[in-house]
Ligand binder design. Structure first.
Ligand code: FES
Length: 181
């Protein structure tokens, strides 16, 4: 998943996928959009325009597909995308309280990137594990039986773990550069 930093969008990264035999057929639009989102982390306007040019599909048609499916994102996201369930079971078990805890912990509203670049949260409909309500998913993992404190603790734990890992990688890089001088 991309980090969401402001960086140049390289259309060529999508080209190997678009160049595969048969991939430009109009029936492949969803697969193309999924691949683009895998590469860039979201669907930048430049890439949607590029897909329109390369496939001959009208931009309005592409946009109608992008906005129809909730899986597609038009904005960059943090490294960890939190899907907070607001389905019925989660709602009656306090998902709005959990949303408040997420906002307090990250300091951002829905769809925004936390200042450290690590998180974005989105409210979603039922994610299929109602017996664990209230639930959020981060990456592939579901966190259930959430309380305000538990949600905050999970986010802080992931944040500390990832910042620690990046710090170690930075030190390793600096060490290698120092050794190379
Ligand atoms: S309502 Fe939240 S997982 Fe089903």
């Amino acid at each position: 998943m991309a980090c969401g930093c402001a960086e140049r969008i390289d259309e060529e990264l999508l080209e190997p996928f678009l160049s595969q035999e048969g991939i430009n057929a109009k029936g492949n639009l969803i697969a193309i959009l999924q691949k683009a989102q895998d590469i860039y982390g979201y669907l930048p306007a430049e890439i949607l325009a590029y897909i329109a040019r390369r496939t001959g599909i009208k931009p309005a048609k592409i946009m109608s597909v992008v906005t129809f499916y909730t899986q597609f994102r038009l904005k960059p996201v943090g490294k960890n995308l939190i899907l907070l369930c607001q389905g019925t079971a989660c709602h009656v078990n306090g998902s709005t309280v959990i949303e408040g805890a997420i906002q307090d912990t990250l300091g951002v509203g829905e769809g925004d990137i936390s200042p450290d670049g690590l998180f974005t949260y989105n409210n979603v409909a039922c994610i299929g594990c109602c017996s664990l309500a209230p639930v959020m998913m981060i990456g592939e993992k579901a966190y259930g039986g959430l309380t305000k404190a538990k949600a905050a603790q999970i986010l802080k734990g992931i944040g500390q773990e990832q910042e620690g890992r990046e710090g170690q990688e930075g030190q390793g890089q600096a060490g290698r550069e120092g050794a190379a001088v």
